[in-house]
Design a binder for this molecule. Structure first.
Ligand code: TYD
Ligand code: MG
Length: 455
């Protein structure tokens, strides 16, 4: 009998070793190495399994000679999903959709595939739910079910055989964590299984031009469960997020080989499935009836479009020797830095005050355009003076107290005007040369100038 080769693979990071050891030298986790068989006939690691899919033979060609015309993107039927993907599905690409249980991954993909199946063959492989459960959901959501092909299977070779037979244009595997290959001894969901099954599926996708969508689970801290290696294999990784008690779900690109990352798509979970939210600013802008001190609206840039969100600050006398600086949706160090600028260049002292800052709606501001709005909210709370309700503010604050321009100023102002804002405080460098109807622009070049507008 031939001797089977084995390797020891870390369940956390996927590093492999020829001998067992107590601690993984790559990620320093203890007791995470499991033994896997690597000389199986259909393992992805085995060179014997190469080319089982009657695909292309390897050729070397010039970059310029590669035909681009046979890679037209096609729409998923959801404009929000298309945008996050960079303009629709690219044939032959592998996409990973991550998210917490109950985020709506299965719902989103079922809705997408039912729409797509009307035009092109589509196959939905479910490893978690029974076909009856899927059928019941499709019926309840009122989806067109006659064209979509469904398969309940967890063996990767069966899935590949079915895919070769039915030649779908889009193949969904829900979820990669339950798929296994007989060639490996480890349990489904382990690093070795996830890695090998994903490798086989992506290779099939590349060779046949099929769009492969893998559903992936997310660990408690929000990263994708399973190996990092999965992220290297796939072309796009998107995360569907949302609080259990909130209707809204955001779809965010994390990696994209075919488009911009950091695009945001917004959906609402309704009783008839996920619906696109075409005007997300409106939901993040639901504000209190009576205006209160310490809040102002900022226009941030998310991917390729502007988004209006509200920034709130609370400044309160502190009992602590070391007053608190708490920022939610904002970088903590940036808050401390901005407060120092406020003290040094405007003379407003908050050293004996606790300062809390929050971005409403769970949005995270990753760019610097929120600086000026945050400081105006802080000053408004400190002085207990309400800022006008129809005011938007954006701009970066530098360490010398100057207000620096940010990218896409015109578009930000136009978006604010579209939502009925009447006044905008913007960096001088972003002031438009011609008037924008309906909105009064107040360009500022220094922080004290901006704050003096409300003295
Ligand atoms: P699901 O797509 O099963 O989530 P995932 O595959 O990411 O685990 O979504 C399940 C949740 O969505 C569930 O908590 C109920 C909710 N939901 C609705 O509110 N309305 C609906 O029409 C559907 C299908 C689900
Ligand atoms: Mg699911």
């Amino acid at each position: 009998m031939a001797k089977t080769k084995t390797a020891f693979v870390c369940n956390d990071c996927g590093a492999d070793y020829s001998k067992w050891q107590g601690q993984c030298s790559a990620c320093h986790a203890w007791n995470t190495l499991t033994e896997v068989r690597i000389a199986g006939t259909s393992s992805a690691a085995s060179p014997k399994s190469r080319g089982g899919f009657a695909g292309t033979t390897a050729v070397v060609q010039k970059l310029a000679d590669i035909d681009l015309i046979d890679l037209p993107r096609f729409s998923s039927g959801f404009a929000e999903l298309d945008r996050v993907l960079g303009g629709g599905f690219v044939p032959g690409s592998a996409i990973l959709i991550g998210g917490h249980p109950g985020a709506g991954k299965s719902t989103l993909l079922l809705q997408t595939l039912c729409k797509l199946a009307a035009q092109a063959p589509a196959l939905y492989v479910t490893g978690e739910e029974s076909p009856q459960q899927i059928a019941m959901r499709a019926k309840r959501l009122g989806l067109a079910t006659d064209a979509l092909q469904l398969m309940a299977e967890t063996d990767v070779n069966e899935i590949l055989a079915a895919a070769q037979k039915h030649k779908p244009k889009v193949l969904v595997v829900d979820s990669i964590q339950v798929i296994h290959s007989d060639a490996l001894t480890s349990a489904p969901g382990s690093v070795a299984q996830v890695r090998d099954c994903a490798a086989l599926l992506t290779r099939y996708a590349k060779q046949t031009g099929t769009v492969l969508i893998l559903v992936g689970h997310v660990t408690k801290d929000g990263s994708l469960a399973g190996p990092k290696v999965l992220e290297h294999m796939i072309d796009c990784s998107v995360l569907l997020e949302g609080e259990q008690d909130s209707r809204y779900r955001t779809l965010r690109g994390q990696k994209n080989r075919f488009g911009a990352v950091n695009e945001l798509g917004v959906f609402a979970m309704t009783d008839v499935g996920l619906k696109e939210v075409l005007n997300p600013s409106a939901i993040f802008l639901e504000r209190a009836e009576t205006p209160a001190p310490g809040t102002v609206v900022v226009v941030v840039w998310e991917g390729t479009r502007p988004l209006l969100v509200e920034i709130q600050a609370l400044v309160d006398a502190s009992n602590l020797g070391n007053p608190r600086r708490v920022a939610v949706g904002f970088e903590q160090n940036r808050l401390a830095m901005l407060l120092a600028v406020l003290h040094r260049h405007v003379g407003l002292h908050v050293g004996d005050q606790d300062v809390f800052a929050n971005v409403v709606g769970g949005v995270r501001i990753a760019e610097t355009s929120g600086d000026l709005s945050l400081l105006l909210a802080v000053v408004s709370s400190l002085r207990n003076k309400v800022l006008p309700k129809d005011l938007v503010v954006f701009g970066e604050v530098g360490l010398t107290g100057e207000i620096r321009p940010v990218a896409s100023g015109q578009e930000r102002i136009a978006e604010a005007a579209k939502h009925g804002f009447k006044r905008a405080i913007v960096p001088k460098g972003n002031a438009p040369r011609t008037d924008i109807p309906g909105i009064k622009i107040q360009p500022v070049s220094r922080l004290d100038e901006a704050i003096a507008l409300f003295d």
